[in-house]
Write a protein that binds this ligand. Sequence first.
Ligand code: FAD
Ligand code: NAP
Ligand code: SF4
Length: 681
Amino acid sequence: MSYQHLLAELDLGFTRLRNRVVMGSMHTGMEDRFWNYPKLAAYFRERAKGGVGLIVTGGISPNRQGWLLPFGGTLNSVFDLRNHRLLTQAVHAEGGKIALQILHAGRYGYQPLVVSASALKSPISKFKPRALSVAGIAKTVRDYARCARLAQRAGYDGVEIMGSEGYLLNQFLCPRTNRRSDQYGGSIENRMRLAREIVERVRAVCGERFIVVYRISLIDLVEGGNTWDETVQVAQALEAAGVTIFNTGIGWHEARVPTIVTSVPRAAFAELSARLKAAVKVPVIVSNRINTPEVAEDLLAQGAGDLVSMARPLLADPDFVVKTAEGRTQEINTCIACNQACLDHTFRNQRATCLVNPRAGRETELVYRPVSTPQAVRSIAVVGAGPAGLSAATVAAWRGHRVTLFDANAQVGGQFNLAMRVPGKEEFSETIRYFQSQLQRHQVDVRLNTRVDPALLAAGGYDDVIVATGIVPRRPSIAGIDGPNVLSYVDVLRGAPVGRRVAVIGAGGIGFDVSEFLLHRADEPLPMPRDAWLDEWGVDLTVRERGGLKPPVAAQPAREIWLLQRKPGKLGMGLGKTSGWVHRATLAKNGVKMLAGVSYLEIAARGLKIARDGAEEWLDVDTIVVCAGQESLRNLHPQNVANGGGQAGAPRYHLIGGAKVATELDAKRAIREGAELAAAL
Ligand code: FAD
Ligand code: NAP
Ligand code: SF4
C-alpha cells in the first residue's frame, strides 16, 4: 500500500500541512499545571518528530467558568504565554504544526462555577449549571476571542473550537440542554448563534492566515440531540463565519452508546463525515476508531474525509507516520482502544499514558539509552513471553543487550492469546504482532516450546534472569470442583465444549469477558459487522430523528448465564471507568443474571448450589466456569531454586508482571514493569 492519500500534503492557501494525519485532542492532565509544561513539550515534540501533520492540544479553557476541573488549564492572560511557547517551539523545531483546543466544558465542568445554556444538570456531573445571561454570553464570546489571539501570540498555528461531545457549544446547539426563549434558544438559527459569533470573532481577531478548526458533533447519540439537517445548517453557517477545517465528533459524553472502546467497529461512523464533506467546501477530518494506516488510507481514498484524526493511536506510537512512510507498518504499536491508561487515568485525575507504550506522557522520565560500551552489554534470559516478558526483552535488546526469550508455549503473547478470543478484543492480537516485529528487529533469540527449569538457566551462564512466568488460574476449594462439568476460563477460551446454561464463578475482568464470549453464537461473524453493531446499540446513521437513536434490536444470546461474585454490591465495579459500563450494559441486554453476595456451597451433576440472602438454592446449569482470579507462578525465582541467585558469579534475578504480584495485575502494569526494568539494566 502506498498511503498516497494519507501522506499527501494539504495546502490551506496560507499554510501547508505536511500530511493528512491529525493528532486529535487528548487531555493528558499535564495541561492543567504550569510545572508540567516541559514534560508536555517533550510529549508533543516526540509526536511532531514522528511526522504528525497537525497536533491538537488537550482542551484549554478560555475562562474559569469553562474549567473541566478546578484550576484546569486556562489561557486567558499574557502570563500564560511563556508556558505555551514551550509547546509551540518544541513542535515547530520538528517541522510540525500545532493548534490549541479551546474547550469550555459548560455543564460537564466538575466544579461549582459551571454555566450552560439552561440550568439543567447533566447525568454525569454533580454540579448544576447556572444559565448564562445574554451579557454572560457576550463575555464568553470575548473570552474565546482573547484565548485564540493569545494562542496566536504563543506561536500556535491555529485553534480548534470544541463544539462536540456535549460540551458548552453542543449544549447551546441542542434542544436537550437549550430551553432558552431569547435570541440564543428556540430555532436552530438561534441555538447556533453562540457558535457562529465565536467563530466570527476568533476569525476577526486572528486574521485570515490562522487555522480555525471547528469540531462539530455529527451524531449526538442522546435524546434531544440535533437532526442531520440541523447539523448541515450549522456547518454551512460556521463555514461562512470563517472555519478553515471541520473536525468531527461522535456522541456526547453522557450518551449510552459506546463510541471509542475496543468493541466499536473500526471507522464505524465514517459515513457521516463523508456526508458532511459533501455539504461543505472546507476540508473535513474523519475520526473515531481509526487506528491503522490501512484504515486511514482507505477512508481518505473513499472520500470519507480530507484528513484523519487519530488521538490514542499516537499515544501508543509517536512514530506512526514515519513508520508508515518508511513502509514499516508492521512495526506500529497499535492502540487497542482499551482506554485503561489514557481515558481511565484522565477520569481519575491521573496523568494519561498508554497501556502498550508506558513512555507516553513520561518521555522525560522513562528514557531508554543505548548501552554505552561493549563491556556494559549483559547477557539476559527472559522467561515468559507474555506482555511483561515481551516488554522487557524488546527494550533490553533495543538498548543493545544480548537477550534470549523463552516460552513454554508455541507462540509469544502469554494471556493476550486468550484475551484476543473475546468478542470485541480481537485487536489485542495487534500488540502481539507489534512485539513480534520488535523481537525480530532487535535480534532477540526467541526459544518457543521451551519450558525453562533451573538447570537450563544455569547452563546458559546469564548475567540477568528476568522471571516473567505470569500466573496460574486460582481454583477455589468448593465441593465438587473437580467434576466433569467444571471448566476454567482457559479451557473455555481455548474452545472446550460448554452447555447452554452456565454459571460463571468470579466477576472480575475475565468473568465479564468469558460471559461475553459465551453469549456469542458460533455462527456469528467476529469481529461484529458494523451494521449489526449499530442495530444492537440502536444507532441510526441517517440521523433523521433527533440524536440519531433508534430502538435497539433485541439480543439473541447463545446461552443463559449466571455471573456470580461473593462480595456484595454491583458487579463489575473494578472494571475501567470508561469501558466497564459498556460491559455491564452488554451483559444486561443479553439477559445475564448478575448475582452478588453469593457463597458457593457445592457442585454436582445438576449444577451449582449457592447461598444468597440467607437462602440456599441450586442453579441448574450444565457447565460451571471458574474465573476466580489468579496466583503468581514464580517457581524459577531464587528462593525456589536450589543453589540459585545471590551468590558470586550467579545471575541477578528479577521478577515482573504476574509472576511478581498477581493481584490486580493487568497488562498495563505488566508492560510498564518490563520496560522500567529493562531501561535500568
Ligand atoms: P502472562 O501473560 O501470563 O505470560 C506468562 C508467560 O510465561 C506465558 O506465556 C507462559 O507460557 C510463560 N511461562 C510460564 N512458566 C514458564 C516456564 N517455566 N518456562 C517458559 N515459559 C513459561 N489485561 C488488561 O490489562 N486488559 C484487558 O482487557 C485484559 N483482558 C484479559 C482477558 C483475558 C481473557 C485474559 C486471560 C487476560 C486479560 N488481561 C487483560 C490480563 C493480561 O493478559 C495479563 O495481565 C498479562 O498477560 C500478564 O502478563 P505477564 O507477562 O505477567 O503474564
Ligand atoms: P480479578 O479481577 O481479581 O477477579 C477475580 C474474581 O474472582 C472476583 O470476582 C473475585 O470476587 C473472585 N474470587 C477471588 N477469589 C475467589 C475464590 N477463592 N473463590 C471464588 N471466587 C473468588 O481477576 P480476573 O478476572 O482473573 O482478571 C485478572 C486480571 O486481568 C485483572 O486484574 C484485570 O485487571 C485483568 N483484566 C482486565 C480486563 C479489562 O477489561 N480491563 C479484562 C480482563 C482481565 P469475589 O471474591 O467477590 O467473589
Ligand atoms: Fe490506546 Fe489503550 Fe493506549 Fe489508551 S491505553 S492509547 S486505548 S492502547
